[in-house]
Ligand binder design. Structure first.
Ligand code: NAP
Length: 157
């Protein structure tokens, strides 16, 4: 995960950013906004994607390249099957890939696009909680929520 989400992202960006025009959208995650105790590495790599891309947004200002960190929440793709955690998608508000892409396009169409966007109002509100709690309270609450979700999604996880 670190190789794919962090090292490759940096390598590909470094190789091409000087030649890019138009738009660069990197896919972070709503889970990049707080630690994820049951998937610590995944959550941390997405925090990297978010922070790395926001820094590129600033570095690219005035170059003609528009940069955006797009953070989907749970989305109906092959992600959960591939990760072997399809149970986790149960009982969760899933967006469609189309909704996520629409979020990105609408954001990029703004006169002054922000460095990052979270797709879906519910997902966005969830990412705000870390701003209003201590880091201890945040990781404990998120850990408890994840444990509860795993228990209620039944056997197989
Ligand atoms: N779905 C969600 O709930 C969700 C939420 C937040 C963020 N995201 C992020 O959205 C992005 C896209 O995921 P997705 O939901 O579309 O999942 P997906 O349907 O499982 O697609 C994952 C894609 O990554 C490719 N891939 C996997 N391992 C690779 C590797 N080692 N090298 C090169 N390519 C590799 C796969 O290629 P192959 O098909 O050839 O294997 C596939 O095209 C990911 O960065 C994910 O972290 C997803």
């Amino acid at each position: 995960q670190i190789g794919l989400n962090v090292a490759s992202l940096v390598d590909v960006t470094r190789a091409f950013i000087g030649q890019l025009t138009g738009v660069l959208v990197n896919i972070a995650s709503s889970l990049g906004y707080q630690p994820w105790p049951s998937a610590a590495v995944y959550g941390a790599t997405k925090a990297f994607v978010l922070n790395f891309t926001e820094a590129l947004w600033q570095e690219s200002r005035g170059t003609g390249l528009r940069v955006l960190a797009l953070s989907p929440g749970p989305t109906r793709t092959e992600f959960f099957d591939t990760a072997g955690s399809d149970n986790m998608a149960r009982g969760v508000r899933l967006q469609t890939p189309g909704q996520v892409v629409t979020t990105a396009l609408r954001t990029l169409d703004r006169r002054n696009p922000p460095p990052s966007v979270v797709s879906g109002t519910f997902n966005w509100v969830m990412t705000l909680t870390s701003r209003f709690t201590t880091r201890r309270a945040n990781v404990l609450a998120f850990g408890a929520m994840t444990q509860w979700q795993m228990r209620s999604s039944g056997p197989g996880h």
